[in-house]
Design a protein around this ligand. Structure first.
Ligand code: ATP
Length: 369
C-alpha cells in the first residue's frame, strides 16, 4: 500500500486535506552568515510530501536560521529553495513570505490576544470566501476538540489549548509545508508528551509535510519520520530515529542521543583492545592507533552471583540512584580510570558493594580517537 492509500485507509474514509506525491521541499546548498558567524554552511535537504522531519541540534547550530529562510523571513547568501516544485529562492528569485504557502507555528504561539479562537484561526483564511472560511474554521476546531471554545480569547485557554489553536491557524490555509519552532517547549513535562502525540496524529491525518524544530534528543527520536541532526550550521546526519540512534556517523551524533560510557583502547589485530576486553570492529571501523569504544548504560548487564562466568567483569558500587523505571549504578572497575554507568531493572539488595557485569558487545560503537 502506498503512503497515499495508507493514509486514506487510516482515516476510514475521511479525506485528508491535502496529499501530494514527490518532494514537497528542496533545500540546495543553503549558506548564511551574520557578521562573520557562519550560521548555515551548504545545507541541502529534500523533504518528501507528507513527511514529518524533526530538526534537532544544540542551541546556536542554525535551526531557526534555516526555518527563517524557508519561511521567507530571511534570505540565504547562496543556495536555492523549492517548495511544491516552485523555485522560491534562487539566483535573482525571492518569493515574499506571504506568497510561499508555508505555515509557521512559533514557539510562543504568537496568537492575537484581541481575537477570539475562531477569529485567530480564520485570520489565515482572508483569501477564502467568508462562508468557506467559517466552515473550515469550524471543521478544524472540531478536529482538535476546541469546538466549544471558539468564542474564548487566548488568555482564557490552557497552554495545550493555545498550542492547538496556533497549530490549526497555521494549517487552515492548507500550506505546502508547516514549520514548527520548538512547539512543545512551553508546555510542562506532563502535558508535553500528549500534546506532541496529538499534534503528530493531526499532521498525519491531514497528510501535512512538516519540519519540527527541537533541541531535545528524546523529543527528536520520538517525533516524526526522519531526524535531521545539525551542528555549527551543518547537517551531521539524517535518518530514521532508529538508524540515527543505532548507527551514528560520528562521536558527536552518538553523544547527542545517548550518554555513553566511553572506554579508551587501541586498534589491534582482532579489534579494539581495552581494559574491559577486546571489542570486535567492522572492517570499516578498523583503523590504527587509539580508539574509543562507546557502550550504552543499557548494554551493561548485571550477572546474578550464581550465573557468573569467566570474562564477566567485577565492579565496585560507587553510588546508585533510582529513576522509576529502574536504577542507575555507578561502578568502579579495575583497569579503568573512569567509572561506568549502568541501568538495570534488577532489584539489587541494599548494602551490596560489588557486582559482576556482562557487556552486550555487539551493540558497542567504535570510533578512532
Ligand atoms: N540576526 C542575527 N545576527 C547575528 N547573528 C545571528 C543572527 N541570527 C542568528 N545568528 C547566529 O547564527 C547562529 C545560529 O543561530 P540560530 O538561531 O539559527 O540557532 P538555533 O539552532 O536556532 O539556536 P536555538 O536553539 O538557541 O534557538 C548563532 O551563532 C547565532 O548567534
Amino acid at each position: 500500500m502506498n503512503r497515499h492509500n495508507a493514509q486514506k485507509s487510516l482515516l476510514n474514509g475521511i479525506e485528508p486535506l491535502h496529499v501530494e506525491a514527490g518532494d514537497a521541499l528542496r533545500l540546495s546548498h543553503i549558506s548564511r552568515a551574520f557578521d562573520g558567524v557562519q550560521a548555515l554552511k551548504d545545507v541541502s535537504l529534500n523533504v518528501t510530501s507528507g513527511e514529518i522531519i524533526c530538526l534537532v541540534g544544540h542551541s546556536g547550530c542554525g535551526k531557526t536560521s534555516l526555518l527563517r529562510i524557508i519561511a521567507g523571513i530571511d534570505a540565504p547568501d547562496s543556495g536555492t529553495l523549492m517548495i511544491g516544485g516552485k523555485m522560491l529562492v534562487g539566483p535573482s528569485v525571492f518569493v515574499e513570505p506571504e506568497k510561499r504557502d508555508v505555515g509557521v507555528v512559533f514557539q510562543d504561539y504568537a496568537l492575537f490576544p484581541h481575537l477570539t479562537v475562531a477569529q485567530n484561526v480564520k485570520f489565515g483564511l482572508r483569501a477564502f470566501k467568508s462562508a468557506d472560511a467559517n466552515h473550515r474554521v469550524a471543521e478544524l476546531l472540531q478536529r482538535v476538540s476546541l469546538g466549544d471554545k471558539a468564542d474564548r480569547y487566548p488568555h482564557q485557554l490552557s497552554g495545550g489549548e493555545q498550542q492547538r489553536v496556533a497549530l490549526i491557524r497555521a494549517l487552515a490555509p492548507k500550506p505546502h509545508v508547516l514549520l514548527m519552532d520548538e512547539p512543545f517547549s512551553n508546555l510542562d513535562r506532563g502535558l508535553r508528551a500528549s500534546v506532541r502525540r496529538e499534534t503528530i496524529s493531526l499532521l498525519r491525518q491531514l497528510g501535512t509535510t512538516a519540519i519540527i524544530v527541537t533541541h531535545e534528543a528524546e523529543e527528536a527520536l520520538s517525533t516524526g519520520d526522519r531526524v535531521v541532526l545539525m551542528r555549527s550550521g551543518e547537517i551531521v546526519q539524517t535518518g530514521s530515529a532508529r538508524e540515527i540512534y543505532q548507527h551514528p556517523v560520528n562521536r558527536y551524533a552518538a553523544e547527542f542521543f545517548c550518554d555513553f560510557n566511553v572506554i579508551p583502547g587501541r586498534f589491534g589485530q582482532d579489534g579494539v583492545e581495552t581494559p574491559l576486553g577486546v571489542f570486535k570492529a567492522n572492517k570499516t571501523d578498523m583503523s590504527s592507533g587509539q580508539a574509543l569504544v562507546y557502550l550504552r548504560p543499557d548494554d551493561l548487564h548485571i550477572v546474578p552471583d550464581d550465573a557468573v562466568t569467566l570474562g564477566d567483569i567485577r565492579g565496585k558500587v560507587v553510588s546508585r540512584s533510582y529513576f522509576g523505571q529502574g536504577e542507575e549504578l555507578i561502578l568502579k572497575v579495575e583497569g579503568l580510570e573512569n567509572t561506568l554507568r549502568i541501568h538495570t531493572k534488577m532489584q539489587i539488595p541494599h548494602g551490596v558493594t560489588h557486582i559482576f557485569l556482562r557487556i552486550s558487545a555487539e551493540n558497542a560503537l567504535i570510533f578512532a580517537d
